[in-house]
Design a protein. Structure first.
Length: 148
Protein backbone atom coordinates (compact mmCIF):
# COMPACT_ATOMS: atom_id res chain seq x y z
CA UNK A 1 0.00 0.00 0.00
CA UNK A 2 1.56 3.34 -1.05
CA UNK A 3 2.64 5.72 1.73
CA UNK A 4 1.32 3.37 4.39
CA UNK A 5 3.47 2.96 7.44
CA UNK A 6 2.68 1.25 10.69
CA UNK A 7 4.68 1.92 13.85
CA UNK A 8 2.61 -0.38 16.04
CA UNK A 9 -0.47 -2.52 15.69
CA UNK A 10 -2.80 0.35 14.86
CA UNK A 11 -0.95 3.48 13.66
CA UNK A 12 -1.38 4.11 9.93
CA UNK A 13 0.27 7.12 8.29
CA UNK A 14 0.10 8.68 4.82
CA UNK A 15 3.07 11.01 5.36
CA UNK A 16 6.72 10.79 4.39
CA UNK A 17 8.12 12.39 7.55
CA UNK A 18 8.80 10.71 10.89
CA UNK A 19 5.87 10.08 13.23
CA UNK A 20 5.45 12.60 16.01
CA UNK A 21 5.88 10.92 19.35
CA UNK A 22 5.21 13.89 21.63
CA UNK A 23 2.50 13.36 24.22
CA UNK A 24 -0.61 15.23 23.15
CA UNK A 25 -2.16 17.54 25.73
CA UNK A 26 -5.72 18.82 25.93
CA UNK A 27 -6.64 22.02 24.12
CA UNK A 28 -6.95 23.88 27.44
CA UNK A 29 -3.53 22.65 28.60
CA UNK A 30 -1.99 23.54 25.23
CA UNK A 31 -3.31 27.09 25.43
CA UNK A 32 -1.93 27.46 28.98
CA UNK A 33 1.66 26.50 28.09
CA UNK A 34 4.22 27.52 25.53
CA UNK A 35 6.25 24.33 25.19
CA UNK A 36 3.65 21.85 23.90
CA UNK A 37 3.79 20.89 20.23
CA UNK A 38 1.07 18.21 20.22
CA UNK A 39 -2.58 18.60 21.14
CA UNK A 40 -5.61 16.32 21.36
CA UNK A 41 -8.93 17.77 20.22
CA UNK A 42 -11.99 16.24 21.88
CA UNK A 43 -15.50 16.47 20.37
CA UNK A 44 -16.51 19.41 22.58
CA UNK A 45 -13.38 21.46 21.82
CA UNK A 46 -13.32 24.34 19.36
CA UNK A 47 -10.45 23.78 16.92
CA UNK A 48 -10.52 27.48 16.04
CA UNK A 49 -8.81 28.19 19.38
CA UNK A 50 -5.69 26.57 17.91
CA UNK A 51 -5.51 28.77 14.81
CA UNK A 52 -3.16 31.41 16.28
CA UNK A 53 -0.77 28.61 17.30
CA UNK A 54 -0.55 26.46 14.14
CA UNK A 55 3.12 27.29 13.62
CA UNK A 56 4.14 25.54 16.86
CA UNK A 57 2.03 22.42 16.36
CA UNK A 58 3.59 19.28 14.92
CA UNK A 59 0.72 16.93 15.80
CA UNK A 60 -3.01 17.35 16.25
CA UNK A 61 -4.89 14.27 17.39
CA UNK A 62 -8.64 14.42 16.87
CA UNK A 63 -10.60 12.00 19.02
CA UNK A 64 -13.55 10.06 17.65
CA UNK A 65 -15.05 8.47 20.79
CA UNK A 66 -17.97 6.91 18.93
CA UNK A 67 -18.82 6.08 15.32
CA UNK A 68 -21.76 8.49 15.25
CA UNK A 69 -19.82 11.52 16.48
CA UNK A 70 -18.64 13.39 13.41
CA UNK A 71 -17.48 16.66 14.98
CA UNK A 72 -13.87 15.66 14.36
CA UNK A 73 -14.39 16.00 10.60
CA UNK A 74 -15.16 19.69 11.11
CA UNK A 75 -12.12 20.16 13.34
CA UNK A 76 -9.88 18.67 10.66
CA UNK A 77 -11.38 20.79 7.89
CA UNK A 78 -11.01 23.98 9.96
CA UNK A 79 -7.34 23.27 10.68
CA UNK A 80 -6.42 22.35 7.10
CA UNK A 81 -8.27 25.33 5.61
CA UNK A 82 -6.34 27.57 8.02
CA UNK A 83 -3.07 26.19 6.65
CA UNK A 84 -2.07 23.58 9.21
CA UNK A 85 0.59 21.37 7.57
CA UNK A 86 1.56 19.07 10.45
CA UNK A 87 0.35 15.57 11.18
CA UNK A 88 -3.41 15.36 11.64
CA UNK A 89 -4.22 12.06 13.32
CA UNK A 90 -7.69 10.56 13.83
CA UNK A 91 -7.77 8.49 17.03
CA UNK A 92 -10.40 6.40 18.76
CA UNK A 93 -13.36 4.67 17.15
CA UNK A 94 -12.03 4.95 13.58
CA UNK A 95 -13.55 2.40 11.21
CA UNK A 96 -12.34 1.38 7.77
CA UNK A 97 -15.52 2.82 6.21
CA UNK A 98 -14.62 6.28 7.52
CA UNK A 99 -10.99 6.54 6.44
CA UNK A 100 -11.65 7.75 2.87
CA UNK A 101 -13.90 10.54 4.18
CA UNK A 102 -11.37 11.42 6.86
CA UNK A 103 -8.64 11.66 4.21
CA UNK A 104 -10.84 14.08 2.24
CA UNK A 105 -11.08 16.29 5.35
CA UNK A 106 -7.31 16.36 5.74
CA UNK A 107 -6.42 13.51 8.09
CA UNK A 108 -3.10 11.94 7.13
CA UNK A 109 -2.65 9.54 10.06
CA UNK A 110 -4.92 7.16 11.92
CA UNK A 111 -4.61 5.44 15.28
CA UNK A 112 -7.83 3.44 15.68
CA UNK A 113 -8.78 1.62 18.86
CA UNK A 114 -8.81 -1.64 16.89
CA UNK A 115 -6.45 -2.56 14.02
CA UNK A 116 -7.79 -2.04 10.50
CA UNK A 117 -7.50 -4.80 7.91
CA UNK A 118 -5.07 -3.54 5.23
CA UNK A 119 -6.91 -5.22 2.34
CA UNK A 120 -10.23 -3.73 3.44
CA UNK A 121 -8.58 -0.34 3.85
CA UNK A 122 -7.06 -0.41 0.37
CA UNK A 123 -10.41 -1.47 -1.10
CA UNK A 124 -12.19 1.36 0.69
CA UNK A 125 -9.65 3.96 -0.42
CA UNK A 126 -9.68 2.86 -4.06
CA UNK A 127 -13.42 2.31 -4.43
CA UNK A 128 -14.11 5.74 -5.96
CA UNK A 129 -11.07 7.06 -7.81
CA UNK A 130 -12.82 10.31 -8.76
CA UNK A 131 -14.34 13.01 -6.56
CA UNK A 132 -17.05 15.58 -7.22
CA UNK A 133 -15.89 18.51 -5.11
CA UNK A 134 -12.73 20.09 -3.80
CA UNK A 135 -11.67 19.26 -0.25
CA UNK A 136 -8.68 19.40 2.07
CA UNK A 137 -7.02 16.46 0.31
CA UNK A 138 -6.56 18.60 -2.83
CA UNK A 139 -7.84 15.91 -5.20
CA UNK A 140 -8.98 17.31 -8.53
CA UNK A 141 -12.76 17.14 -9.01
CA UNK A 142 -13.85 15.12 -12.01
CA UNK A 143 -15.76 18.05 -13.53
CA UNK A 144 -12.57 20.12 -13.79
CA UNK A 145 -10.71 17.26 -15.48
CA UNK A 146 -13.33 17.29 -18.20
CA UNK A 147 -12.34 20.82 -19.21
CA UNK A 148 -8.58 20.41 -18.84
Amino acid sequence: MDNLSSENDTLIRYRDDEPVDHAAVTVDSFLDQSSASAVRVEPGDDARELLPHLDRLSLVEVNFPAFGDGRGYSSAQILREAGYQGELRAVGDVLVDQVAYMRRCGFDAFDPDAPLNEDDLETALSRWPEVYQSAADKRTPIWSKRHA
